[in-house]
Design a protein around this ligand. Structure first.
Ligand code: HMG
Ligand code: MG
Length: 298
């Protein structure tokens, strides 16, 4: 059965921008976050507290977290891969953070420079410290439907890492199809495997659209009962440690589909589409939302 409402997690300011080679002004990032909030998005991943040597575009994380305009009822989160990241985030007022692991050993090494087991060990103190200061922690698992280095990934492996994150205290586990290689039946089988250990309402779908399958995969997992979807305005983005990966599924396309299915999001599609038009012009990127392009041409 389809969910009645979906919570959309907008990852554009983080996943969408992290791979941009030219520095983007903090003011542009802040305006993007403000416009997304004004369009009704209530969960925005705004920055990441990672090494600026690894991801230079996120170096202004503190200016972003302290400078953003908070809409009532909205949450602004940031990635924190370790305790150092969490402490830095807390100093800049983060109210929710996310740790990120992977279901692939090779990807874990490339992305966060440690094995899966080591990453889980690093996350434990992050969860403990965050709990002590009342900050919720989301858990990401990358490569859930394929890895750029290892190819096929077993659903059982994804379930194992997801379960570890959930048991550690992550309030939600977001399943990342990092390189967008998934297809609908595979996506369904994945959700079946992971939801044996974790309640469906604690799972999120984070699908990249590299192979043009993301919307189809989302439809498939909505049917399974998934009700939290990560997306990026204008389909911006790509992971710096996953060669060839393109952006997340476009937020505008997701909202248009959900509107058509009668599933509530609380988001104003026209304002969202305007935001996609504006940010792609501001950073000189093509708009990868078909809905955004269609609405802009009207
Ligand atoms: P490391 O080199 O293994 O860490 O990096 P380390 O603890 O050995 O420290 C090395 C240096 O980094 C030290 O500095 C630390 O202070 C510093 P030095 O003494 O050499 O000057 N350092 C930090 N600086 C700032 N913030 C920190 C931090 N931690 C250590 N938090 C680390 C480990 C994780 C930091 C590194 O590998 C890293 O920053 N990786 C970036 C990973 C990343 O941001 N990837 C993209 C996001 S994940 C993604 O896109 C996937 C997702 O969207 C889901 C999906 O699509 O699948 C979430
Ligand atoms: Mg991603």
């Amino acid at each position: 059965p389809f969910p009645k409402a979906v919570r959309l997690v907008e990852v554009g300011p983080r996943d969408g921008l992290q791979n941009e080679p030219e520095p983007i002004d903090t003011a542009t990032k802040l305006e993007l976050i403000e416009r997304l909030g004004a369009a009704g998005i209530r969960h925005i991943e705004a920055a990441s507290f990672v090494s600026s040597r690894w991801v230079p575009q996120m170096a202004d994380h503190c200016e972003v977290m302290t400078g953003l305009t908070r809409h009532p009822g909205a949450t602004y989160s940031a990635l924190t891969p370790n305790l150092k990241g969490l402490e830095a985030g807390l100093e800049c007022g983060v109210e929710e953070v996310a740790v990120f692991g992977a279901a692939s050993e090779a990807f874990s090494q490339k992305n966060i420079n440690c094995s899966i087991a080591e990453s889980l060990q690093r996350f434990e103190p992050v969860l403990e410290r965050a709990k002590a200061v009342n900050v919720r922690v989301r858990g990401y698992v990358s490569c859930v439907l394929g890895c750029p280095y290892e190819g096929e990934i077993a659903p059982a492996k994804v379930a194992e890492v997801s379960k570890a994150l959930y048991e550690m205290g992550c309030f939600e586990v977001s399943l990342g199809d990092t390189i967008g290689t998934g297809t609908p039946f595979k996506a369904k089988r994945l959700i079946e495997a992971v939801s044996r250990d974790i309640p469906m309402d604690k799972l999120a779908a984070h699908f990249h659209d590299t192979y043009g399958q993301a919307l189809a995969n989302l439809y498939a997992v909505l049917e399974e009962g998934i009700a939290v979807i990560d997306s990026s305005v204008a389909g911006l983005g790509g992971c710096p440690y996953a060669k060839g990966a393109s952006g997340n599924v476009a937020s505008e396309d997701v909202v248009y589909m959900l509107d058509g299915l009668g599933i509530e999001t609380g988001i104003d599609l026209n304002k969202l589409a305007d935001t996609g038009t504006w940010i792609t012009q501001a950073i000189g990127r093509p708009n990868r939302s078909k809905v955004g392009v269609a609405l802009a041409a009207k």
